[in-house]
Design a protein. Structure first.
Length: 420
């Protein structure tokens, strides 16, 4: 077994929730060895004892064993020193304490465990406008319980119509707008979503090259792996639930659903607010590994180089080579989803083999455009305006769990911890 490196900090990390993102975040930080101690709040009993929790942490149906993830096929189990009374165990030399009493963030005694930074992975507390003592809990409850900073592993969702984003809240994607986090001002940080992360890294190089005004419109569809919100077998919807499809069996169906990627993207890339954009999502029976199909309409320039597939490929190839963090990947190989699972810190893997473009003229009758004065139209010899537009189709892979999202979430967590 390889020699363990020293810890990068003496801070104690808090993780709220032990679902898919919570568990894999624990894996990430054990492997990274930045935090010497981690406190995980489950908020309830699980199994019959702490050893059952250890078993859940050690084995994973998608990524295999924890010791295999850490040390490969020569690795041996790394969880020991399980103390039921104290609620602690050692995971590869990292002390991990499990709290099993309170689910409301306000009641989680982070201050008692010297936790200053919390990553909330539950997906339940996403409204940054709610006070810490909201009846059903809130993200700010972590602050009232002693944390100084809270990172949400999902996009913010403000429920009150007309309410604006609080001054102390910000949404960032590593490698795109991480610099917008201000440690003096921001206390609540959203790490956006796995889909927004991939999409932002697909869009940013194109905006940098063409500028936002030449992108006339854009749309995307994500072919997304199943998540914990879906059902293994058909199930009666809960009271008030309006999406009846998520209660259908993910084993047997392709399921249409929604995504908040378009809304979250404008928080990360403000230029997108002025570009017509539609985002859709389709869930499939896969445990992880997802795909974005991005379609853009780009305006050609009369004297410029025509937009062709080769140009788009070169934009991505060069952007990937110049990406200092290596978040953007470009591939000319013919990939399938299994090829990108677990690929470290790959926010987006561009499938260069399948980039396509087609150019055509769009004809606009100016006499039917309300903003054009009739006198202007009458003075024209031909009221028909012909604009060359190129449609580009781009495919981007992402591991919506460990490889892409959790690894970038880990980078965001460490970058904030370094400034505490």
């Amino acid at each position: 077994m390889a020699e363990r490196k020293e810890f990068g900090s003496d801070l104690i990390l808090g993780i709220n929730g032990l679902g898919r993102i919570g568990k894999l975040s624990l894996w990430h930080h054990v492997a990274r060895r930045f935090f010497p101690e981690i406190v995980v709040n489950i908020g309830r009993t699980a199994g019959t004892c702490l050893a059952d929790i250890a078993d859940y942490v050690e084995r994973d149906s998608t990524y295999g064993s924890l010791h295999g993830y850490l040390y490969g096929h020569r690795g041996k189990p790394v969880i020991d020193q399980i103390d039921e009374d104290a609620g602690t165990m050692s995971i590869d030399g990292v002390k991990v304490r499990f709290l099993r009493t309170h689910r409301n963030p306000l009641q989680v005694a982070w201050s008692n465990h010297d936790v200053r930074l919390v990553v909330d992975t539950t997906g339940r507390f996403l409204d940054p406008t709610l006070p810490g003592d909201a009846p059903k809990g809130s993200l700010r409850g972590h602050l009232d319980a002693g944390a100084e900073k809270v990172i949400a592993s999902a996009p913010f969702k403000i429920k009150s119509k007309g309410a604006s984003m609080p001054e102390d809240a910000v949404t960032t994607v590593m490698g795109v707008n991480a610099h917008q986090y201000d440690p003096r001002r921001h206390r609540l940080i959203s790490n956006a979503s796995c889909t927004t992360t991939c999409l932002a890294h697909m869009i940013r190089p194109l905006i940098n090259h063409f500028g936002p005004k030449r992108i006339l419109s854009a749309s995307m569809a994500t072919v997304h792996a199943a998540t914990g919100s879906q059902q293994v077998l058909d199930r009666l919807p809960g009271s008030g639930k309006t999406d009846l499809r998520k209660n259908r069996s993910i084993l047997n169906n392709i399921i249409l659903t929604t995504t908040g990627a378009a809304k979250a993207l404008s928080l990360v890339i403000p230029e997108m607010a002025n570009i017509g954009f539609i985002a859709e999502s389709v869930r499939i029976a896969s445990s992880t590994g997802s795909l974005i199909i991005l379609v853009l309409n780009l305006q050609e320039e009369p004297d410029g180089e025509p937009i062709r597939a080769g140009m788009i490929k070169e934009i991505y190839r060069q952007s990937a080579e110049e990406d200092p963090a290596g978040y953007l990947h470009y591939s000319d190989r013919q990939n399938v989803s299994a090829d990108i699972i677990g690929l470290p810190r790959a926010a987006a893997i561009i499938e260069g083999h399948e980039i396509h473009t087609r150019t055509a003229e769009i004809t606009i009758d100016l006499s039917r455009v309300a903003s054009v004065e009739p006198a202007v139209v009458s003075a024209m010899k031909d009221p028909l305006l012909r604009i060359p537009v190129t449609q580009a189709v781009i495919y981007g892979w992402y591991d919506n769990e460990l490889g892409s999202y959790v690894n970038l979430l880990g980078d965001r967590t460490v970058s904030i911890a370094e400034q505490l």
